[in-house]
Design a protein around this ligand. Structure first.
Ligand code: CAA
Ligand code: NAI
Length: 246
């Protein structure tokens, strides 16, 4: 892919799942990777370094503005610029609406929506000064179409689309791009929490390929959207869902 070599990319939630696969893909493309996660990212860093690329881990909770500020400062200390932010950190707290506790609503909004605001606003001064930057955010098939048990999560995954389109309108003129990726059901810890019967009988059965997506299949799309090959894609939502909604 064109233009990713030596680019500095921050991936929130980069310690596991889609974030980890994305970190490894950017490293493969020659980027300098920052894994930002509240969980331990040592394993991801070790795999990147073993492959011969540069990477650092920064412990950061995206809900905490001080942590996020530090994430930006440490990235600038290490690499001197920020080219790409991938707002990947996300959580679920599923329950049917009739049973959903306010705590479950607040927790998911804090990470999936306010976390995206926190991280994006923290990298903007650098990107605006550079007249260059790409911000990619994890939406979901659930944001676009809804899903049983996911009132809170669906609200955040639709919400980030509105934010992304607004930012594209506001900041394309400064050389910045903002896009969302809307994955279908991908084989990570998040999906492994779905009750087995629901997963098999209500979800996988509706996927024409008959399988979950793989984290690497999402990492590849983030890499494409961050690359110069995608430089006229702005304010878009790219579905990567194996046609599970058709
Ligand atoms: N799709 C279709 N039907 C579903 C469903 C789903 N996702 N989730 C639950 N149902 C159905 C159940 O099969 C059950 O049907 P029957 O009454 O016919 O048996 C009915 O809804 C009630 O379900 P439960 O008996 O499980 O009710 P509960 O109150 O104990 O639990 C629940 C509800 C917490 C929502 C639980 O069913 C659950 O976790 N479902 C999965 C929700 C889900 O799909 N989450 C996606 C997580 S992955 C992710 O979010 C990533 C992404 O972006 C795609
Ligand atoms: P995962 O649960 O496997 O990994 C999430 C990572 O985010 C973990 O390393 C976790 O420690 C980190 N994280 C969570 N909260 C954080 C916080 N407050 N601050 C910093 N890091 C935090 O999840 P998965 O499946 O890899 O999902 C990644 C993103 O993709 C999420 O935004 C998710 O909503 C989205 N997505 C996932 C899909 C799937 O089917 N797995 C489908 C569509 C979207």
């Amino acid at each position: 892919m064109r233009g990713l070599k030596d680019k500095v990319v921050i991936i929130t939630g980069g310690a596991a799942g889609i974030g980890k696969a994305t970190a490894l893909r950017f490293a493969e493309e020659g980027a300098k990777v920052v894994v930002a996660d509240y969980a331990d990212g040592a394993q991801t860093i070790q795999e990147i370094k073993t492959a011969g690329a540069q990477a650092i881990y920064i412990q950061a909770d995206v809900t905490n503005p001080d942590n996020v500020k530090e994430m930006v400062n440490k990235t600038l200390e290490a690499y001197g610029r920020i080219d790409v932010l991938i707002n990947n950190a996300g959580i679920t707290k599923d329950s049917m609406m009739k049973k959903m506790a306010k705590e479950a609503w607040d927790a998911v909004i804090a990470v999936n929506l306010t976390g995206v605001f926190n991280c994006t606003s923290a990298v903007l001064p650098t990107m605006l000064q550079q007249n260059f930057g790409v911000v990619l955010t994890a939406s979901s098939v659930v944001g676009l179409y809804g899903n049983l048990g996911q009132t809170n999560y669906a609200a955040t995954k639709w919400g980030v689309i509105g934010m992304t389109k607004t930012w594209a309108k506001e900041m394309a003129k400064y050389g910045l791009r903002f896009n969302c990726v809307a994955p279908g059901f991908i084989g990570t810890e998040m999906v492994r929490k779905i009750p087995e019967q629901v997963l098999q009988e209500k979800i996988i059965i509706k996927i024409p390929a008959g399988r979950l997506g793989e984290p690497e299949e999402i990492g590849a799309i983030y890499a494409f959207l961050a690359s110069d090959d995608a430089k006229y894609i702005n304010g878009a939502v790219i579905s990567v869902d194996g046609a599970c909604t058709l």
